[in-house]
Structures are given as structure tokens and as C-alpha cells.
Design a protein around this ligand. Structure first.
Ligand SMILES: [Zn+2]
Length: 299
């Protein structure tokens, strides 16, 4: 069984950073760049054919006006993102295409298309919520093909945010720790996760989050893989932590329940046969971490 790679984690787009300087959108369009439109945090998908990219710009008066250069993808070429705002009704799409929430459509597109869509959504959200200079408060301008904002008053350059989150497979022998947060849908459990704090290493964040949420002490921590998660700006850092204790004491503010699940039980969870726990969402890193752990008897 081959390794499961989560959605958005292809790492196959050539971001072509040198092209961002002196970027002229019209030149890229004249050279055949494709456009990925965004509307109300949704992306267009053509049923059965993945992400819908077009050669023509959307309606005039698109939000912020600025086009973002996403990069170059094999078989697609240059791709620009255009934010069409969030007005109602939605901008029209060709027959067979619909505006979709990326979490729902992430598996309907190729890994490269999902990476383009995630990058576009992360940058678009950042521009939407960072319109003013955080140093002096003046309105800032999009620069570097969408990869910076510049303040025309105090000349501070601002860069897109990525907020690191640790998400960890915590195991003890052949058992895995799962938890659920208050308010999650019935039967939904996942690996524990939490935002990193300033001044903290990845390993320390894993140990702190697990201790805070479940009372479990984690010893050795190993990095496994990561996943951009643009809702709105997270980077999920997938790790494997070896538990040194077993007794669970949950923090009810953070978790509603936590439990140890054996490999055999986990197989039935993923098959949708477990009486209490539903399978994790395919495409999410928690699913990949668990499936790859089950497939790798060395862990
Ligand atoms: Zn400023």
C-alpha cells in the first residue's frame, strides 16, 4: 500500500518567485496564463473534471482588482488568481461548473489543482483581512504579484501569514490516542492538534498540547509530514509522539472525550464499521497520519 498524501500537499507548483518582481498581469495573460476565480471563499469546479480554470478575466470591479500570480504548473502553465468578491448572486459559471467550498471539493481535483486552489484561497483571505498597515494604520497596497502588501506612508512591507499548527499521532504500543472537541458532529474523533505558540519548538508544542488536552506525557517526537490548510491560514505540521503515560485526564474546555484505540479497532473505524467512532475525513492530514501508521508496522 503506497503512502497516503493529504490534499493540498503536492508541492508541485513552481512558484517562480523571480517573476513576481516587476510582474505585469497583462503580459502573463497575453502569454496564455489561466485564471482561477474565487468567489465568497469558494472555487469553481467542473463536475468530474476538477478545478475550472478560464482564459478570461471575471466581471470588472472584482474585489481589490489585483491579480495574484500563483505560479506555473505542469500541463497548465501560468495561473493567476482573481477575487470576484462575495456579492449575491454568485458570478455565472459555464454549464456543468459550480462554486464549491474547498473542503468539500479538495478530492475532486488533481493534487496540483488542489495546491493552486489552496494557495489562492490563503492569499485571498490574507489580502481581505490585512488591508491596513499594522505599523501605522494606513491603507496598504498589494505588491509583488500578490505576495506582499506595501504601506505607502511608512513603507513597511507585509508578508502573507501562515499559522503553524501541530497535529500528532500519539501512540503507545499498538494503541493510538484520539479525541473530540465539544460541538463536533456525532462520532467524529481525530488526532489531537493545536496552534504553536511564539518561542516554541514543534516538539515542545506537541508535548504541551497533548499534556494540556489529555494529561498524557509524550517523550520522543518525530516530524512526519505537513499540509497547508487554508481555513484561513494554517500549516498543519504532522508529528508522531511516543506516549510515556496512559491515564487520560481531559481538559473539558478543549476536549469532550479522548480515548486509546487499538490498531484493530482503527481498521474498523476507517472501514466505517466502528460502533462509536466515524472515519476521519479523507484528504485531511489526520486521515493520512492514521492510514500511514496502520500500513507501517515499524512504528
Ligand atoms: Zn504604514
Amino acid at each position: 500500500m503506497s503512502e497516503v498524501i493529504p490534499a493540498f500537499a503536492a508541492g508541485s507548483v513552481n512558484r517562480n518567485a523571480t517573476l513576481r518582481r516587476g510582474f505585469v498581469a497583462q503580459e502573463r495573460l497575453a502569454a496564455g496564463a489561466r485564471i482561477l476565480a474565487l468567489w465568497n471563499d469558494h472555487v469553481p469546479v467542473r463536475e468530474g473534471q476538477g478545478l475550472y480554470l478560464t482564459a478570461s478575466l471575471g466581471p470588472a470591479g472584482a474585489a481589490d482588482g489585483g491579480l495574484i500570480y500563483l505560479g506555473q504548473a505542469d500541463g497548465i502553465g501560468d495561473v493567476l488568481a482573481q477575487d470576484l468578491g462575495s456579492q449575491d448572486p454568485a458570478p455565472p459559471l459555464p454549464e456543468g461548473c459550480t462554486w464549491t467550498d474547498l473542503r468539500q471539493s479538495m478530492l475532486q481535483m488533481s493534487p496540483t489543482e488542489a495546491e493552486l486552489a489552496a494557495t489562492a484561497k490563503a492569499l485571498q483571505s490574507w489580502h481581505k483581512t490585512h488591508r491596513f498597515c499594522s505599523a501605522c494604520g494606513a491603507p496598504s497596497d498589494m505588491a509583488e504579484a500578490g505576495w506582499q502588501r506595501l504601506c505607502p506612508v511608512c513603507h513597511t512591507a507585509h508578508f502573507p501569514r501562515t499559522d503553524p499548527v501541530v497535529i500528532m499521532l500519539v501512540t503507545k504500543g499498538d494503541r493510538l490516542l484520539l479525541g473530540r472537541s465539544p460541538g463536533w458532529p456525532d462520532g467524529m474523533y481525530s488526532t489531537l492538534a493545536g496552534f504553536m505558540e511564539p518561542g516554541e519548538t514543534v516538539e515542545a508544542a506537541v508535548r504541551r498540547e497533548v499534556a494540556e488536552e489529555s494529561g498524557i506525557v509524550v517523550g520522543q517526537v518525530r516530524y512526519i509530514s505537513s499540509q497547508p490548510w487554508p481555513f484561513p491560514a494554517s500549516l498543519m505540521i504532522g508529528c508522531h509522539g511516543l506516549a510515556e503515560t496512559e491515564e487520560i485526564t481531559i481538559d473539558p474546555e478543549e476536549l469532550e472525550d479522548a480515548l486509546w484505540v487499538t490498531r484493530a479497532e482503527m481498521v474498523s473505524v476507517l472501514a466505517g464499521l466502528h460502533p462509536k467512532i466515524k472515519p476521519m475525513r479523507r484528504g485531511a492530514i489526520a486521515h493520512a497520519l492514521v492510514v500511514n501508521w496502520l500500513a507501517d508496522r515499524k512504528n
